[in-house]
Design a protein around this ligand. Structure first.
Ligand code: SAM
Length: 221
């Protein structure tokens, strides 16, 4: 059985060996990645691999993202603590927890009910109180709660989400993987007065974003 202190050592190594050398430099992101117990977001059978450099299964063919990608996306959002964030793809809730630690409020949407309910139970039990959960198709955003200062999409989208035009605040930022179902570019989008500016951060592979403005279920990957 792995003890809590062994997990702390693994987290520190994860930060020093996987995050810092690859350009994660935001001290707030590094501090939170070292603090949040990722092993509590996976099935106990995977807990020993929770701090390894890869994604892990969370059931229903979905994954908890690789620690580096979680850190990179979080750093790209440049959170200061005051933001209202929309997350599409709650998954295990790990990225949600990281966002909740660094922003004011997080609105998170998951399309698979069992996954969304488990994440809500887990995060509530851990004491997170600034997260609002929803089970629905996040490809259309969350109109009633808009506008958002930041948007993060944690599944691979076929195109830049159209809802950003209305739901992302001017000056706000979105991070989203865009491409085909098996390979995407991680894109940072900033909403300026005159439209959206795009910047490619890296290539990546996420599970597909499925929904009205995403991929159809069963589309070949
Ligand atoms: N960030 C998560 C974590 O830390 O565990 C990993 C998210 S996982 C890679 C992507 C999630 O997006 C899956 O749970 C999937 O069910 C969800 N998803 C896919 N399409 C969606 C949609 N249209 N709306 C909301 N969630 C969606």
């Amino acid at each position: 059985m792995t003890g809590q202190s062994e997990y702390s050592v693994s987290r520190r190594r994860m930060v020093e060996e996987q995050l810092r050398p690859r350009g994660i430099h935001d001290p707030h992101v590094l501090r939170i990645m070292e603090a949040v117990p990722r092993h509590l977001f996976v099935d106990p059978t995977f807990a020993g691999r929770a701090y390894s450099d890869h994604a892990l299964p969370i059931g229903q063919e979905q994954t908890i993202s690789q620690p580096y990608i979680v850190a990179l996306m979080t750093q790209a959002l440049e959170l200061t603590g005051d933001e209202k964030v929309l997350e599409i793809g709650t998954g295990s809730g790990y990225q949600t927890a990281i966002l909740a630690e660094l922003a004011d409020r997080v609105f998170t949407i998951e399309r698979i009910p069992s996954i969304g309910h488990q994440a809500k139970e887990r995060l509530t039990a851990m004491g997170y109180s600034t997260i609002v959960f929803r089970i629905s198709d996040g490809t259309v955003g969350w109109k009633e709660m808009a506008p958002f200062d930041r948007v993060i999409v944690t599944a691979g989208a076929p195109k830049i989400p159209a809802f950003l035009d209305e739901q992302l605040r001017i000056g706000g930022t979105c991070v989203v993987p865009v491409g085909d179902p098996s390979n995407q570019n991680l894109v940072r989008i900033t909403r300026a007065e005159d439209g959206l500016r795009e910047e490619v951060l890296c290539s990546c592979t996420f599970v597909p974003l499925i929904g009205r403005e995403g991929w159809s279920q069963g589309e070949p990957g």
